[in-house]
Write a protein of this length. Sequence first.
Length: 341
Amino acid sequence: MSCKVLLTGISGWIGKHIAIQLLNAGHEVVGTVRNKNLIGPTKETLKSKNTPLEKLSFVELDLLNDDGWDDAVKGCKYTLHVASPFPIKVSKDRQKLVPAAKDGTLRVLNASIKAGVDQIILTSSIVAMFRKPNRTNPYSFGENDWTDINWEKGVSDYFLSKTVAEKAAWDFMESKGLRDKLTVINPGGVFGDALDGKECTSIEYVKQFLKGKFPAAPKWGVLISHVEDVAKSHVVCMGKSGVGGRRIIVGRDVKTLLELSNIMAEALPNYAKKLPKKELPNFMVKLISMIDSSAKTMIPDLQIEMKTDTKYAENLLGMEFKSAKSAMTEAAHSVVRLGLV
């Protein structure tokens, strides 16, 4: 049955994929953007995917400002809070991203509760789960694990913002006695169809690999999530029993950067020469991180094997997650198709 949904961050990559699935299912969507200049390009992208736009409206809202949130969520049955900063560069100020992530989340949750929505689905990340000192190798993490925000050397600005924001969301909902009205989606590295040329951190990594920026790949691996699975997980959770109060890890395969490079080389043989075919020594990654801050996020996990079991999530959602190979293949093909390399 169709209903009205508030979708924050609709102009973002994951947000657009969610909007496509919601609108194709006949739902009425109120999409929030931080700048009204994002409305036109977002509509163009959705239209290019033959998405019906009759039930789509937009509202310009600021995660750092209370104004307009109560009105935006009025009459909505569900809130999907996807908006959150994800820069490719690491800031020296660990707290830089926290206000938009944490305060914005609490602002959206508060307005949603006041409006009486049935359920709130929040986009978080596995970065809120797996980063802590003194891990075993290999190391495992699951639904009940949390990143240690006190580990300053290992928890950079993005990791801190996602962890603090998600913890704040759970604390807030529990304080209202409404824990079961919250569901959190925790994807890994998200890849798939780029949809358009708008800047996106995940797609930027694909572009850099295909452009030959990396002569060798750091010894680093992560759970790979297909963007369509991430989007579908949000939509499936609306009104679904058993998902309230849960943290749902979305993704199927853990892959190293070299394995991802090999997948892209197989998908795009013409770019194979530019893609790394060997791994980079750890000390080189540390040296590079002094010049390129984006490398800093990998250092605490170098040469440590990540493990997690997402079967519980597939069972909860009634889904079978797509492979890392499909996610990376689609990402690589879309980057070439859109002329981004």
